[in-house]
Design a protein around this ligand. Structure first.
Ligand SMILES: Cc1ncc(COP(=O)(O)O)c(C=O)c1O
Length: 459
């Protein structure tokens, strides 16, 4: 058969495997083929427009077209399309970008390592933790603690570190030595009569018990995202991180903060770390670093980590780690231009102006019969979808209510993201007030329609 006579839709079904997708269902319904973007909208091959209320994957901070970023990439492609950082080589963009990231980091950082994805940066951080303890003569300190409900990526280490049961179950993970502490979702996990602060104290206590059970001499580090986005935007309870960091100091654990989704203004500040007073030894960022126009992630390490790297690499004469495309000249050119746009167009100031309106609309949804809880910070929010508002019991999972809401939203030209029993919204940081009104009108209509669909008895 002539390839051209087949639609993109059919060719996709024939040739592609999709991420986080029901593969069997995909054979039946196929893809939405997105062919172009404009502002906060994307368009399919038939010309239908959709507002993407999750910025692609929490990442297209500046929307889906930008002349300056396109030019930055093109100019770099003309000048030096590829070079690397192996064996003492460098290029101007990576030098400037490392300087720039250090200058805006929430705490003093010493050096920057570049990769292409959040997952790769997580993997690099895990390796550096082991490198660090080996360097200081403590190689048995190897266990790395993640949190239930967290997501840190899809590579073997990042998936092991993540705390989602499905990821583990499906792939026979986690690998040793990744272990997990409690999920700090106050409204779901708190005991009766426990205040938010008491709950945080218990979370810290449970972390301490885990460290003691696993032997403090074997526990190396703790990873956390400032806000647990993949769990549906779970905001840390009162004083949670203060208490957690105290335990980390007590048992001498390194602290790695994953700002892959929260970095660069999503929370209303440059970093979520600023909001919660986090003091990481390493910080990871990606996604909005290039507004997602190019795949770049960065791992910032403090002086303590860097000194251990110097000492350890001196022993063998090489730091045996690197990625061909890490610190890519085109990616770093786009990252530099993105950060210039953030500063010149006052993107974070815009988020600060617009986010109270966004949060007010989110909060209003709490009145909806389908909504049990609304959580949010900055320009992101999560809705819990329930069968009964009072008891907050969930629907039978076979009903797939969050999928129905996604579908109803889609019919109205809106892309929203179902995450288990929750729906997340995180529109591009450039979203205007007028566009917010449009988003919430369409989304409320989608919720209403879903509610009437599931409330209508089938004949
Ligand atoms: C908090 C967090 N960390 C890490 C990752 C993994 O990043 P990537 O998909 O670029 O590997 C993600 C991806 O969504 C994320 O949200």
């Amino acid at each position: 058969m002539n390839l051209d006579s087949k639609t993109l839709h059919d060719r996709d079904i024939e040739h592609n495997i999709h991420f986080l997708t029901d593969l069997k269902r995909h054979q039946l319904i196929g893809p939405t083929v997105i062919t172009r973007g404009e502002g906060i909208r994307v368009f399919d091959e038939k010309g239908n427009g959709f507002i993407d209320t999750v910025s692609g994957l929490w990442s297209a901070a500046l929307g889906f077209d930008n002349e300056r970023l396109a030019k930055a990439a093109y100019q770099q492609l003309r000048q030096l399309p590829f070079y690397h950082l192996f064996n003492h080589k460098s290029h101007p963009n990576v030098i400037e970008l490392a300087e720039r990231l250090k200058s805006i980091a929430p705490v003093p950082m010493s050096k920057v390592l570049f990769q292409c994805s959040g997952s790769e940066a997580i993997d690099t951080a895990c390796k550096l933790i082991w490198y660090y303890y080996k360097s200081i003569g403590n190689p048995e300190k190897r266990k790395i603690i993640g949190r239930k409900g967290s997501y840190h990526g899809a590579t073997v280490a990042a998936a092991s570190l993540s705390g989602e049961t499905q990821i583990h179950r499906d792939f026979n993970l986690p690998l040793y030595p990744f272990i997990h502490t409690s999920f700090p979702h106050f409204s779901r996990e708190a005991e009766e009569h426990e205040s938010e602060e008491q709950f945080s104290s218990r979370m810290a206590y449970e972390l301490e018990q885990l460290i003691l059970a696993e032997n403090p001499d074997h526990c190396a580090a703790f990873f956390a995202e400032p806000v647990q986005i993949s769990a549906g935007v779970i905001i840390p309870p009162d004083r949670y991180f203060k208490k957690i960091q105290k335990i980390l100091r007590k048992y001498d654990l390194l602290f790695v903060v994953d700002e892959v989704a929260t970095g660069f203004g999503r929370t209303g500040k440059m970093w979520g770390s600023e909001i919660y007073g986090l003091n990481p030894d390493m910080l990871i960022c990606a996604k909005a670093l290039t507004a997602s126009f190019m795949p770049v992630s960065a791992l910032l390490v403090n002086e303590k980590i860097y000194q251990s790297m110097l000492a350890e690499s001196e022993k063998s004469g090489v730091f045996s780690h690197g990625f061909t495309y890490g610190a890519h000249p085109v990616g770093t050119a786009v990252a530099l231009e993105t950060l210039k746009i953030f500063a010149e167009q006052e993107i974070i100031e815009h988020v600060q102006l617009i986010c109270p309106i966004f949060q007010e609309y989110m909060k209003k949804l709490e009145e909806h019969p389908l909504v049990g809880e609304v959580t949010g910070l900055g320009l992101m929010g999560g809705l819990e979808i329930v069968r009964d508002k009072k008891s907050r019991t969930f629907f039978d999972s076979k009903l797939k209510v969050t999928r129905l809401i996604e579908e109803q939203s889609f019919k109205r030209g809106l892309i929203v993201r179902g995450m288990g029993e929750r729906i997340a919204l995180a529109p591009p940081l450039i979203t205007s007030e007028k566009e917010l009104i449009e988003i919430f009108q369409r989304f409320t209509a989608a919720l209403d329609e879903t509610y009437s669909e599931i409330s209508t008895p089938t004949l």
